[in-house]
Design a protein around this ligand. Structure first.
Ligand code: NAP
Length: 278
């Protein structure tokens, strides 16, 4: 069967590298992006570099429930299944903004939207196939302990950390929920990666961040390696419910991996989007 992979936020950064690697691996690649002109440019480049013409751009704004539903509708109009979903897109912005659906923007894009996308696509992974979901988390999850009733009321660095911790927790929980559907779910810590994600329009601030981060930075190609490994390697076909760093499972301290917290988070998402299992 034609292996179909959806990569959100694949017009730049690690998403682009992941989409290119999947195209090189002869997958059909769906670039789910917010900036269509940029995505079209990247798509043409990926086709040229990979020689794979089965690379397609679809619009998605993960801050908008309506846009996520429209994406799924458009995708399912053209394709009848998905094998790999990579929830890669992410943001960190200094401004506190509320989305059209009433969520804090960072939380909406980094975790609430990806949960909805996962839930809507889960029934379309073909039974008995090699099906994988990969969620981009971060080392910053350690600063992201949260209380459910304040989930989308945090500010900027804290909101980003909470969103990445939530991505880790929900990956672990969905790994259990989706096991019986034959879908693996893993989370990734890509390290500290020089991309545009931390760029603001404040030049001095950007310069200082770049100088401070320089000793740790790797480029997007290097940063994407673990995600690409999880998406393509036969070695991890049956691995699920793990957090990967440098293509190896990383330990999660016990106090960050509370079963009660995982369940609370899933219930929170279910109150937003319904209780039927994804
Ligand atoms: N860079 C790091 O050090 C680092 C570390 C740990 C984890 N991560 C995570 O890795 C993932 C990839 O980040 P990156 O560093 O490669 O950043 P990036 O180059 O800035 O890529 C982020 C992607 O997300 C897209 N995006 C932003 N808002 C969106 C929305 N509302 N709807 C749909 N797509 C949206 C961006 O689209 P446009 O730019 O076209 O708007 C872009 O394609 C993110 O989840 C990030 O949190 C990054």
């Amino acid at each position: 069967m034609n292996r179909i992979a959806i990569v959100t936020g694949s017009d730049r950064g690690m998403g682009r590298e992941t989409a290119l690697a999947l195209a090189n691996n002869h997958h059909t690649v769906i670039m789910a992006c917010i900036d269509i002109p940029e995505a079209d440019r990247t798509c043409a480049e990926i086709k040229r570099l990979s020689g794979n013409n089965n690379v397609f751009v679809y619009k998605i704004d993960l801050a908008s429930i309506a846009s996520i539903k429209q994406f799924v509708f458009s995708f399912l109009r053209d394709f009848d299944h998905v094998n790999i979903l990579i929830n890669n897109a992410g943001i960190i912005t200094m401004e506190y903004t509320i989305t059209e659906d009433g969520f804090e923007n960072i939380m909406a894009v980094n975790t609430i939207g990806p949960y909805l996308l996962t839930k809507l696509l889960a029934p379309h992974f073909p039974p008995g196939e090699d099906n994988r979901i990969i969620n981009m988390s971060s080392w910053i999850y350690r600063f992201g302990r949260f209380s459910i009733d304040k989930m989308d009321k945090y500010h900027y660095v804290k909101a980003y950390s909470v969103s990445k911790y939530a991505q880790l927790l929900i990956s672990l929980e969905l790994a259990d929920v989706l096991k019986e559907k034959g879908i693996t779910v893993n989370a990734v810590n890509p390290g500290t990666v020089r991309t545009t994600i931390m760029r603001t329009n404040k030049r001095l601030y950007d310069l200082i961040i770049n100088i401070l981060m320089a000793p740790w930075y790797v480029d997007a190609k290097e940063g994407a390696k673990t995600c690409i490994y999880l998406a393509t390697s036969g070695d991890v076909k049956n691995e699920t419910g793990k957090f990967y760093r440098n293509s190896k499972p990383a330990a999660i301290p016990k106090w960050y991996n509370s079963r009660a917290m995982r369940k609370k988070l899933l219930r929170y998402y279910e109150t937003l989007f319904g209780t039927e299992t994804p």
